[in-house]
Design a protein around this ligand. Structure first.
Ligand code: DX5
Ligand code: ZN
Length: 224
């Protein structure tokens, strides 16, 4: 990963896809440009919802060569992070709020061969990761409270993106900034202009009548 990707990427979240047709979703994403596959892992404890685990990630891996971006919304992420790399995840992120030993877990993900990311909930300030800037490949800022797709974007996230961008410039740290939750055509341009490199979008892609067209529209907004 470079300090800023040449052009920002889109990470459609398969949480909003038809779970009986995940292979079709992957085939559709393979036809699109600049997409990675966002996979939301929820344990019913860190967040009030349960989704999927390693076997599903392994199945996705068999079906696609696209980057698999696994967002772990689980307690004790250090117990499972490397298991997700072994299952085929290319990027693995976990919540800072869930791990008192984030430094160690980030290193374990990198040692296992994946890109390591730390996720911050809406109420967690970006300044809390100032001493981890050399240890992560990306930071995911939640722009909704994690747990469900289709929620409304929290506007204050824009300010967090700007502050995180300033922080990485000051530290000369090359991590990417990802934003997740309530992203759509109405805020994609502002997020990229604030410093975001990767935008997650669930409903804005998979609930659209034509997902490929929705992706093209979002990428166009991101390029403005
Ligand atoms: C929420 C998940 C998100 C979600 C995004 O906890 O982490 O990735 O699927 O969905 P939308 O874009 O519909 O808010
Ligand atoms: Zn997510």
């Amino acid at each position: 990963m470079t300090p800023r990707t040449p052009k920002p990427l889109l990470a459609p979240s398969i949480l909003s896809a038809d779970f009986t047709r995940l292979a079709d979703a992957l085939a559709m994403l393979a036809q699109a440009e600049r997409c990675v596959v966002h996979v939301d892992v929820m344990d019913g404890r860190f967040v009030p919802n349960l989704t999927l685990g390693m076997p599903v990630v392994a199945a996705l891996r068999r079906e696609t060569r696209l980057i698999l971006d696994c967002h772990l919304m689980i307690v004790e992420p250090s117990r499972y992070a490397v298991e997700f790399v072994k299952a085929g995840a290319d990027w693995v992120s976990f919540h800072q709020e869930a791990d008192p030993h984030a430094h160690r877990t980030l290193a374990a993900i990198r040692e296992a061969g994946a890109k390591a990311g730390l996720v911050l909930n809406p109420g967690t300030p970006v300044e809390t990761l100032v001493d981890l800037v050399d240890d992560l490949d990306f930071v995911l800022l939640m722009s909704v409270n994690p747990g469900f797709g289709g929620q409304s974007f929290i506007p204050r996230t824009l300010d967090k993106v700007r502050r995180l961008d300033a922080l990485r410039r000051e530290a000369k740290a090359p991590f990417l900034i990802q934003v997740d939750g309530g992203v759509g055509p109405g805020n994609a341009t502002a997020l990229v202009q604030a410093g975001a490199d990767v935008l997650v979008a669930g409903n804005a892609v998979f609930k659209a009548a034509d997902p490929l067209q929705a992706i093209a529209g979002l990428l166009a907004e991101m390029d403005k």
